[in-house]
Structure formats: structure tokens, C-alpha cells
Design a protein around this ligand. Structure first.
Ligand SMILES: [Zn+2]
Length: 362
């Protein structure tokens, strides 16, 4: 009887529902997740960690709590960051894989931002390299933390769409938005979101920040031939849920709404040889565990002029970048967690090791 039960369980294991759902999602580039997992160039420890994430058995705080190894599922890194010496971690975000992969975990923020930048740098490089020869696409932005106003001074687009006019229009939209707003729009959205989205809760006034502050778009690209100004944004987000992409896209669209409208208004008022410019917002969403929606990415790449024969290899590269980035973030998490307990091994040095991508956590 026991054997029968075991055989039954083996055939229909109740716990596989999430992993199976994740792996069987269509159109999410799972073929490249498979090629990464089967690649001899990828270290076994990296593969193991990715499999743990997929099978919901990565040993983060929530899992340890479930196994009875921890009193609370609350995030120990957050607790430590707040410098509180409490036994319970109640009131702290749950230490899920999604949480430690988000900038909402303050201790992980540097590593998470690094992961985002690494994937975006790859994508921009791939787009530039594989663009149609006839395309005259100029990317402005780069790695540095500069406001969008400063970007405008680096390109001729400022002669066509003057920044002062864009800023005036944005101020006007923001003022009327403020007047019409009874309650912050984001409120109900945030309540639906769980800890994988806590990163966004920091943003008190994202519209304003996009245009005048630190939250500028990841890049701006100017197509001088077709007269299109692209506002480009890359979002690396937890793909535990099936609708991760739609959610990421709609959030980015909302966040860039005022900027895009301001640009459209100014572009619409320009006459003569500088007239006829169009504004397009393109949002790229990559799942932390390597999900990339093939059709959406292909459409974005097509829009930006990437030759058709190269689109699959660009997508493969992005999936692999995402998986490698996820692993670096997981190693940073381990390093910080071990750093607390390790004897004679300073926290600083272990974190730096992880940033260098060392596989010291076998
Ligand atoms: Zn945390």
C-alpha cells in the first residue's frame, strides 16, 4: 500500500503545480532556460540554485521557516539593515526569493541594481550591433546616473524638441494631475502587489521623478531617419506570477505617461523641417528567472530595427544574462547572510566576492 501511494505521489506530485506551471508557460523562452541549464559552460552550483528557485526550494528565510529552521519568515537582512536587535522579525518583509531579488530589500539593492544594469547593457549592445544597416539610431543615456535634462544637452534632439518646453508641459500636466487626484493611483495597485514589488513602493512621486529626478528612463534613442524618439525602459522583475510582464509593462507605462505626453505635445507643435517627429515608449520586461516573452521582445526588436535573423540569438542572450544576473544576486544574498555568522570573515569581503561572481557557495 505504501509503495502504491509512493508510486502515485511520484506520478502526480502535488507540489509540482507551481514549477510545472512555470516551466510549461508558453512563449516565455523556456528553450533558452533549458539551454542554460544544459550548458557545460554554466557552473553546476549556478544551475542548482536556479533549479531551487524553479522548484520553490531555494533556502531563503521563508523556506527555512517552513522547514522549521527559523522562528520567523521575516527578512533577516532587512532586520539587520534597520539595526534592530529583536528576536522576532515580525513586521519585516517576508524573506522570499522575490524579495531578495528586489531593491525593496535594502541590503540587496546594490546587487539588484547591478543586475538590472547588466541586462540592459547587454540588450542595448545587442540592439546596436544587430540593427539594420539603414538605421541611424542614436542611443543617449549610458550608465551614468544623470537626469534626463542632462541627456538632452548631449544630442541634437534638444534643437528640435527644446527641453524647456517639455519641462513646462510636464509641470502643467503634473499640476493638473495633482488637482484631479483624490488618492494616489498607485495605492490600490500596491495593495495587490506582494513583496516582489516592494521596490516600487519607494517611489513617492514617480511621474515627477522620471522627468525631474533620479528615475529617468533607462535610455532614449533617436531615429534620425524616421524621425522617431524612443523612450526605452527595461524592467527586471520577479516572474513567479504568470502576468509578470503585463504588470511590469503597465506600471512602466503609467510611470512614463507624463514624460511621453509632454514630448508628444512639444513634437506636435514643431513645424517646418523639424516637424513630424513621433514619440514611442518601448518597455522591455525580463523575468528574474529567465522569462522573456518571445513575441513581445521580437516586436520591440523589430521596432528598433534589429534584423530578423538575429532576434532569436538576442533573446537567447537576454535569457542567459537574466539567469546569470539572478545568480549573482542570490550569491550576494548568501554572502550577506553568511557574513553575519561567519567567524573571522568580514561581511564586506564576502559581499565583494559575490559581486565578482565567485562561486564560493557550493
Ligand atoms: Zn530584505
Amino acid at each position: 500500500m505504501l509503495q502504491l501511494q509512493e508510486a502515485d505521489t511520484w506520478k502526480k506530485p502535488a507540489a509540482t503545480t507551481w514549477a510545472a506551471e512555470f516551466l510549461l508557460r508558453e512563449g516565455e523562452s523556456r528553450e533558452f532556460l533549458a539551454s542554460w541549464i544544459n550548458s557545460s559552460a554554466v557552473h553546476e552550483a549556478k544551475k542548482r540554485r536556479a533549479k531551487q528557485v524553479i522548484t520553490c526550494s531555494f533556502p531563503c528565510g521563508k523556506w527555512l521557516h517552513m522547514m522549521g529552521a527559523r522562528a520567523s519568515p521575516g527578512c533577516e537582512l532587512c532586520k539587520r539593515a534597520r539595526n534592530m536587535d529583536l528576536k522576532a522579525t515580525d513586521g519585516f518583509p517576508t524573506e522570499t526569493v522575490a524579495h531578495i531579488q528586489s531593491a525593496g530589500c535594502k541590503a540587496q539593492k546594490k546587487s539588484v541594481i547591478g543586475a538590472h544594469n547588466r541586462c540592459w547593457k547587454y540588450l542595448i549592445g545587442a540592439i546596436s550591433t544587430h540593427s539594420e544597416a539603414t538605421r541611424d539610431l542614436e542611443f543617449i543615456g549610458g550608465d551614468k546616473d544623470r537626469q534626463i535634462k542632462q541627456l538632452w544637452t548631449e544630442t541634437r534632439i534638444g534643437n528640435i524638441l527644446p527641453w524647456d518646453e517639455i519641462a513646462d508641459e510636464a509641470e502643467r500636466l503634473l499640476a493638473s494631475d495633482q488637482a484631479n487626484r483624490q488618492a494616489p493611483d498607485d495605492d490600490h495597485v500596491d495593495k495587490e502587489q506582494e513583496d516582489d514589488q516592494v521596490v516600487d513602493r519607494d517611489e513617492t512621486d514617480p511621474y515627477h521623478e522620471v522627468i525631474f529626478g533620479r528615475r529617468r528612463p533607462d535610455s532614449v534613442a533617436v531615429d534620425w531617419t524616421s524621425k522617431v524618439l524612443y523612450v526605452l525602459e527595461f524592467k527586471r522583475t520577479s516572474d513567479q506570477r504568470q502576468n509578470y510582464r503585463e504588470r511590469g509593462e503597465s506600471r512602466q507605462r503609467a510611470q512614463h505617461d507624463v514624460l511621453v505626453k509632454s514630448l508628444e505635445k512639444v513634437a506636435g507643435e514643431v513645424d517646418g523641417e523639424n516637424g513630424g517627429w513621433r514619440i514611442k515608449l518601448i518597455v522591455f520586461v525580463g523575468g528574474t528567472c529567465g522569462s522573456v516573452h518571445a513575441q513581445t521582445l521580437n516586436n520591440n526588436l523589430k521596432e528598433l530595427g534589429v534584423v530578423e535573423s538575429k532576434r532569436n540569438s538576442v533573446r537567447k542572450g537576454l535569457v542567459h544574462e537574466l539567469l546569470n544576473a539572478q545568480d549573482t544576486v542570490l550569491c550576494s544574498y548568501f554572502a550577506q547572510r553568511l557574513g553575519e555568522r561567519g567567524e573571522g570573515r568580514s561581511r564586506k569581503s564576502t559581499v565583494e566576492e559575490a559581486f565578482q561572481g565567485l562561486d564560493s557557495f557550493e
